[in-house]
Write a protein that binds this ligand. Structure first.
Ligand SMILES: Nc1nc2c(c(=O)[nH]1)N[C@H]1C(S)=C(S)[C@@H](COP(=O)(O)OP(=O)(O)OC[C@H]3O[C@@H](n4cnc5c(N)ncnc54)[C@H](O)[C@@H]3O)O[C@H]1N2
Ligand code: MOO
Length: 397
């Protein structure tokens, strides 16, 4: 057990070894959602570009206001029009979004106006600058509005559109190669024979990678031989930015991924003190980053969430934070102690307590699908009812 690397040390190792491994490209803004920004965006204009009215009402100079005074309405300003300077001592009829005329500094909403013929009075005292949205209230010219490394969201698309930006510089999508291993595996769509199971990790990894915004460029399945595993890795290392594999990383003589890596590249890390997911392997194949995830489906899921997500994210140019946890009290006791950090699949009850799914086998995936996240139980620790532990909702990954 002493040869296993601690969970936090493994995260640090992977984080520090990873670099951006994709080039930059310019794409139309409208196609940019989900892409990683490669350069800071600086506002080229102020938003709004002019002081404008937040209400339908009347614009006037605050210093002209007096209770009971009737103002002439000297102009009418709709949104999109360029107003004339306000005639001294008058007010302007104004609408939401219209520019404030020079000489006015305050807008009184029409509900607080008393119209009499072609004049208007304002009996309630306004405050200066009431209902005026000043130039640059949202964004100032020269301001950095989105930083390089941020993933472009629909909100960013709105923000950049309000700056008039048509194209953005982003990182090219990461081309991810996925390798599955195991002679017992059959692709979905075929009939199972005795001893066979369906290849579920291939489609799951593909979906996880795509969902994270990367491109799955190759999916290869290798037979349980060193030759086949090496041949598959050679194809992937020549054609992909990064490689993920599932299975074949443990110690049996049917496990060939680790052996192939020793022959073709450099192994940085093998075996971590976590459950599920112990035999994770991290390597570089002539410059191509490689992460070998254990084959048990929940081990694949946990190691993808913690390690592959991090590696893919850094390699794709994204500013990468570790997932956010929340302290949650356990609603159960567990006396079992193991020398690995455990990621129990749990749900949060209506009482706010975390409840472990009864099935915690690393071979079982339904438990994860029926759970809401992971409860992180540190190595050599019991779970005690009412004690708090970090909870990571699946949505944090
Ligand atoms: N003697 C030891 N045996 C094992 C150890 C150990 O330390 N000593 N570690 C165990 C642990 S922990 C894990 S985790 C597994 C990981 O093994 P591998 O990564 O080598 O995975 P495989 O042996 O290839 O497969 C494990 C399991 O998962 C199923 N599998 C594999 N790929 C897929 C797939 N694409 N879709 C669905 N299911 C898959 C496979 O059929 C096996 O049942 O090793 C333990 N053994
Ligand atoms: O570390 Mo393994 O994933 O428990 O079966």
């Amino acid at each position: 057990m002493s040869t296993l690397l601690a969970f936090e040390d493994a995260l640090e190792e992977i984080k520090h070894s990873a670099n951006v491994c994709v080039e930059q490209q310019t794409v139309p803004l409208i196609n940019a959602v989900g892409r990683i920004l490669a350069a800071n965006v600086i506002a080229g204009i102020s938003v709004p570009p002019h002081d404008n009215s937040a209400m339908d009402g009347y614009a006037l100079a605050f210093s002209d206001w007096q209770a009971g005074k009737y103002f002439s309405i000297s102009q009418r300003i709709a949104a999109g029009q360029h107003p004339e300077p306000l005639l001294p001592g008058t007010c302007a009829r104004i609408f939401t979004g219209a520019n404030i005329p020079a000489g006015a500094d305050t807008v009184i909403m029409q509900e607080n106006a008393q119209l009499a013929g072609d004049k208007v009075a304002f009996n309630a005292q306004p405050s200066i600058a009431d209902n005026v949205r000043p130039k640059g209230q949202d964004m100032q010219v020269g301001q950095t509005v989105i930083k390089a490394g941020e993933k472009i969201t629909p909100i960013h698309i709105g923000l950049l559109s309000s700056l008039g930006i048509t194209d953005v510089v982003v990182y090219k999508q990461l081309n991810v190669g996925i390798l599955t291993t195991g002679d017992e595996l059959v692709p979905i769509g075929e009939n199972l024979k005795a001893g066979q199971i369906y290849n579920s990790n291939g489609p799951m990894l593909s979906a996880l990678v795509t969902h994270a915004g990367h491109n799955v460029s190759h999916c290869i399945h290798a037979a349980d031989t060193l030759e086949d595993t090496k041949a598959a890795l050679k194809v992937l290392m020549q054609s992909c930015d990064i490689i993920l594999s599932s299975g074949g990383v443990s110690v049996g003589e049917e496990d060939h991924v680790k052996g192939a890596l020793d022959k073709l590249g450099k192994v940085h890390l093998w075996k971590i003190a976590i459950k599920p997911g112990k035999p994770l392997v991290h390597a570089t194949l002539q410059g191509t980053p490689f992460l070998g995830l254990p084959g048990n489906p929940s081990s694949t899921l946990v190691t993808y969430h913690w390690f592959a997500r991090l590696l893919l994210s850094i390699c794709s140019g994204q500013i990468t934070e570790l997932p956010q946890s929340y302290l949650v009290d356990a609603g159960f006791n567990r006396n079992k102690i193991i020398q690995r950090d455990e990621f129990l699949r749990v749900s949060i009850g209506k009482d706010g307590l975390a409840y472990a799914h009864p099935q915690q086998s690393s071979g079982a995936l339904l438990a994860a699908s029926e759970s809401q996240g992971y409860l992180h139980v540190k190595a050599n620790t019991q779970v005690e009812y009412g004690h708090s532990y970090p909870f990571y909702p699946f949505s944090a990954f």
